[in-house]
Design a binder for this molecule. Structure first.
Ligand code: JFZ
Length: 462
């Protein structure tokens, strides 16, 4: 599937009207609040701009290989990709002893990267709970030599460090528990069963545990609803979400539930989704769950510019790491996160709490002639510069350092000062304005080879 997700593109029941009790179901699928209550609930998330996604589970043990063969696809899909029988896959638990796991270290890594929230997989499609559940023994505390509850430890570390914790939970696909759904169909009789029984006995009680046992949960991240997730079934999750009234929920519950945030995956929407809250989730290499052979890490430059691109379009960037079966975040990932954090220490004012660009064309344009295989226009991104904003300020992110002078068109208001964020003195650069055009004289060398931020203070703009 290409690009972004909508409930319908995931095979969800698109029309609420196919359900008998349309009115009441639709009412059940909305959270009741006024627009200003909604804005208050979304406030921290809108300012945060940057979060850490963590895919960590039983799949981190095989790390992409089965029977000495490398299995194509994303690491957390190995059970489905290799059609591993349920009982055999469950045996990975005996080898799952992530003694390298250190919740404080993970939290420090996220904070050093400048990330303001963490979203971690509590249960992925493989059905293995990475927390202590009473539903059954298929969880990290009861089934592994490790015997600890990493979610409890992480929740405590997040609380202590003042970083928000979010929880990913695969509510619809579950390849272990009878009746759980599978995108590619069941491959083991042990998976067959009744979906409603699965919801009643596994998904709903586990979501209740997650809402109850881990303190304050800032985000709930559902995933891959199928057509089985009807409005009536989706509605059963909503009272559980209300156990955490401030929680922010994504748009992947299914059944027509819109949620608070849209979740484009592995790509940045060309123009963002103006007026809406959205979050691009992206892997740091080509897998979400750890694969020992995947070393195709994105460069620090690509990651920083992606964060900036997302912010300039009004979204959040949820960047994934895939810890190993030992509980270690791979060093190449840590290195990149540290470099992003170093950039943010200097330039964070242009990201946190910043709004989208005052311009727009700098991001690129759609090809007027060519379309892709789905007939959608092709986006040709330009990467010379981006803009983020705060009241009275334009932050110009210079990816390509101009020779001597940067020229900007379409400026509303009068520029009163121009300076580089990398300059601690904020000494004023020479500039000239003529109507909507502004020229700023720049030093010969870029303060940052990836993105140097030029601030223009503007009076009387919008
Ligand atoms: C889902 C998961 O299957 C995957 O393992 C990972 O957790 C990711 C964050 O979310 O992946 C999807 C979901 C939807 C699409 C593609 C991958 N889609 O609609 O293109």
């Amino acid at each position: 599937m290409a690009g972004f997700i909508s409930t319908s593109s995931l095979g969800g029941e698109t029309a609420l009207s196919t359900q008998p009790s349309t009115q009441s179901t639709r009412a059940l699928l909305e959270r009741k609040e006024t627009p200003s209550q909604h804005d208050a609930r979304m406030k921290w998330w809108r300012e945060a701009r940057f979060g850490m996604f963590i895919h960590w589970g039983l799949y981190s043990v095989p790390a992409g290989a089965y029977n000495d063969k490398e299995i194509p696809g994303s690491g957390e899909w190995i059970m489905s990709q290799a059609k591993i029988p349920v009982a055999e896959y469950a045996q990975y638990a005996e080898r799952f002893n992530p003694v390298g796991f250190d919740s404080d270290h993970w939290v420090r890594t996220a904070q050093a990267a400048g990330m303001k929230y963490i979203v971690i997989t509590a249960k992925h499609h493989d059905g293995f709970a990475m927390f202590h559940t009473k539903v059954d023994g298929y969880n990290i505390t009861d089934a592994t030599p490790f015997g600890r509850d990493p979610l409890a430890e992480l929740a405590e570390a997040c609380q202590a460090a003042g970083i928000k914790l979010g929880i990913y939970y695969s509510q619809c696909q579950d390849w272990h528990h009878p009746g759980g759904d599978a995108w590619d169909g069941h491959w083991d009789k042990a998976q067959d069963g009744d979906f409603d029984a699965y919801l009643k006995n596994v998904a709903l009680p586990q979501v209740r545990e997650l809402m109850t046992n881990y303190g304050s949960v800032a985000v709930f991240w559902f995933d891959t609803p199928t057509r089985l997730m009807t409005p009536r079934r989706a509605a059963e999750f909503l009272p559980l979400l209300d156990l955490q009234p401030q929680i922010i929920v994504n748009d992947r519950l299914g059944g027509g539930f819109r949620g608070d945030t849209q979740t484009p995956e592995q790509h940045i929407p060309p123009r963002g989704y103006p007026g809406e809250d959205w979050e691009t989730c992206m892997s740091i290499n080509d897998t979400w769950g750890y694969k020992s052979n995947d070393t195709n890490f994105k460069s620090t430059a690509t990651l920083i510019r992606s964060l900036v691109d997302v912010a300039s379009k009004g979204g959040n960037y949820l960047l994934n790491v895939g810890p190993t079966g030992e509980g270690i975040i791979p060093q190449p990932e840590v290195d990149r996160l540290t470099a992003i954090g170093d950039w943010l220490k200097v330039n964070g004012d242009s990201i946190y709490g910043a709004g989208p660009t005052a311009f727009g064309d700098e991001a690129g344009q759609f090809d007027t002639k060519k379309t892709d295989e789905h007939g959608h226009p092709i986006w040709a991104a330009k990467w010379d510069w981006r803009c983020t904003t705060k009241p009275g300020k334009l932050f110009i992110h210079l990816f390509k350092w101009p020779a001597r002078v940067f020229m900007l068109k379409g400026v509303a208001g009068s520029v009163t000062k121009a300076y580089l964020l990398a300059d601690e003195q904020q000494s004023s650069r020479l500039f000239q304005q003529n109507g909507n055009q502004v020229w700023v004289k720049l030093p010969a060398l870029a303060p940052d080879a990836i993105d140097s931020v030029l601030v223009l203070e503007v009076a009387g703009g919008k």
